[in-house]
Ligand binder design. Structure first.
Ligand SMILES: C[S@@+](CC[C@H](N)C(=O)[O-])C[C@H]1O[C@@H](n2cnc3c(N)ncnc32)[C@H](O)[C@@H]1O
Length: 265
């Protein structure tokens, strides 16, 4: 994760390159956009908005690797929580873009600058999402409950002092509180409320976030999970986890609860 968010030109060019590759991959090559990694319109920027970094690339690579399943899934509504520059939601929209049934896209961010930057990034790629400046999905839960088929999240996951969580500006992009779990732990129940019966959640986590505990938390809510991409950089070890509702997980848990109660009594 790019904690300082200083102007890392090489990282940024890399982001444009990755999106270019996706465009080429999806559209089958010479589209005039994918071959222009230096085109400023690829991913917009603002000094207060998180620039695409290793974590963003890992999430998009995981989505790309799962693209065939995503296409077969025919999602009606796809959502991103914490869209930043718009790199991930734009990549997802481009990746699924040639389908007959185009999903509806929604993205949120607590940082108002991120909303403006995401709009520009999406416009530059000819894709659209409803963009909402809000805390996680506040104000949208009633309307969207049980209707999101694909939810993607690259949360602020870096362990930090609790008072840095949700700070104004760029700090909120990475500050994750104790064990980097403060925002993640708020997102999990929200995801459970928003995901449809066939909903999938893709989330970036760090080893320090204790991914297995996150999977257990979700298992208690009836989700199976799998690490679909693991990537170690110089700074961190990232896991992209995919969650989906699974009746066996729920059954297994009910049985476990039943036997635990029996043993206690
Ligand atoms: C690590 S950045 C990821 C940005 C982008 N998705 C990417 O992968 O490049 C985390 C993003 O979440 C946003 N964010 C942090 N806390 C949030 C909250 N409570 N609700 C909504 N967005 C939040 C930040 O502003 C930031 O844009």
């Amino acid at each position: 994760m790019n904690v300082r968010n200083n102007s890392l030109t090489s990282t940024y060019n890399c982001a444009r390159g990755v999106l270019g590759v996706i465009l080429q991959f999806v559209r089958g090559g010479n589209d005039g956009v994918g071959n222009e990694p230096c085109d400023d319109s690829f991913v917009s920027s603002h000094h207060e908005v998180y620039e695409p970094c290793d974590d963003s690339f890992a999430l998009v690579d995981a989505l790309l690797a799962d693209r065939t399943n995503l296409l077969l899934h025919h999602p009606s509504i796809c959502m991103e929580i914490g869209c930043g520059s718009g790199y991930v939601i734009t990549s997802l929209a481009v990746m699924l873009g040639d389908e007959e049934f185009v999903p509806y896209y929604i993205a949120t961010d607590i940082n108002p600058h991120a909303i403006k930057v995401t709009r520009k990034t999406m416009d530059a790629h000819g894709v659209y999402a409803e963009l909402v400046n809000t805390d996680i999905t506040s104000g949208l839960e009633k309307r969207l409950a049980g209707s999101i088929d694909v939810l993607v999240v690259n949360p602020p996951y870096v362990p930090s002092p609790e008072d840095e969580v949700g700070c104004e500006g760029i700090t909120s992009a990475w500050a994750g509180g104790e064990n980097g779990r403060s925002v993640i732990d708020k997102i999990l129940p929200t995801a459970d409320n928003l995901l449809s019966e066939r909903g999938w959640l893709y989330m970036v986590t760090l080893t320090a976030n204790n991914p297995s505990e996150i999977c257990l938390e979700m298992r208690k809510k009836g989700y199976a999970s799998r690490i679909i991409l693991q990537r170690s950089t110089e700074e961190e070890s990232l896991h992209i986890i995919k969650f989906w509702r699974d009746s066996d997980s729920q059954l297994e848990l009910n049985n476990l609860n039943y036997w635990t109660k029996m043993v206690r009594n």
